[in-house]
Design a protein around this ligand. Sequence first.
Ligand SMILES: [Zn+2]
Length: 287
Amino acid sequence: MRSKLLAAALLTVTGLPGSALAWGRTGHAVVADIARGYLTPKAAAAVDALLAADTDALTPSDLGARASWADAWRKDHRQTTEWHFVDVELDHPDLASACFGFPASATPASAGPEKDCVVGRLNAFEAELADPKTDPDERLLAFKFVLHLVGDLHQPLHAADNQDRGGNCVPLSLGGARTVNLHSYWDTIAVEAIEPDPTKLAAKLAADITPAQRKAWEKGDAKTWAMESFQIAKSSVYTIGSKPGCASDTAPIPLSAGYDQAAQAAVALQLKKAGVRLALELNRALG
Ligand SMILES: [Zn+2]
């Protein structure tokens, strides 16, 4: 029943502009859950205090749900749409141009600029979160953006584009009448195929992270993490063989043998890295 409902929901959203702009709620909750396990006691207490102070009704108030708050907020704040991704083009990867030349942040960071990418916004909100002088309401908002954007940065299709709206206009066939767009497949299908329950999935993935991996993944910054996601899009996502662009008459592309398995492995790796790096950012800002 669950899979039928899921398929129906996905059929409904396929093709709607802006319908799929992030890991689904499962992926974001998993990233937050993994991160919680790596927080210092001081950062964990600060996170709990921020969650307790937040009365916003857009999402439930627990950490996993707050990790999807920025997607809910975007619906009535369309000027924040570009902040969730960076469209590095497959055929001429140029992070600076995809990030609008890395514009200076407004003060407060929630004021923009509208034309900024996930890399620039993550850095701006992290700086606000780290500064105890930030206005308390703005600091709550910065916290929720950091929670969310570290996750988004690790979804390969949030760091790559083939002139296809980050895969949103590439239809896939999942067998029978089931179709989904490439972006939604990576947001949700490949995540929930590993394990649909976010708490169980986070525990499963966290159990696999070795101290050496954690140390290696803590290197770099938002720019290098974005280009890592881009490379995964190139080496894994786009092996689907779609053409650049958004032709409306494209027939749904069937998945090749092994695509599901490779996608799930890439997703598992990216969720683990995102969890470790979210903890790194929160420990830096609050620990
Ligand atoms: Zn998002």
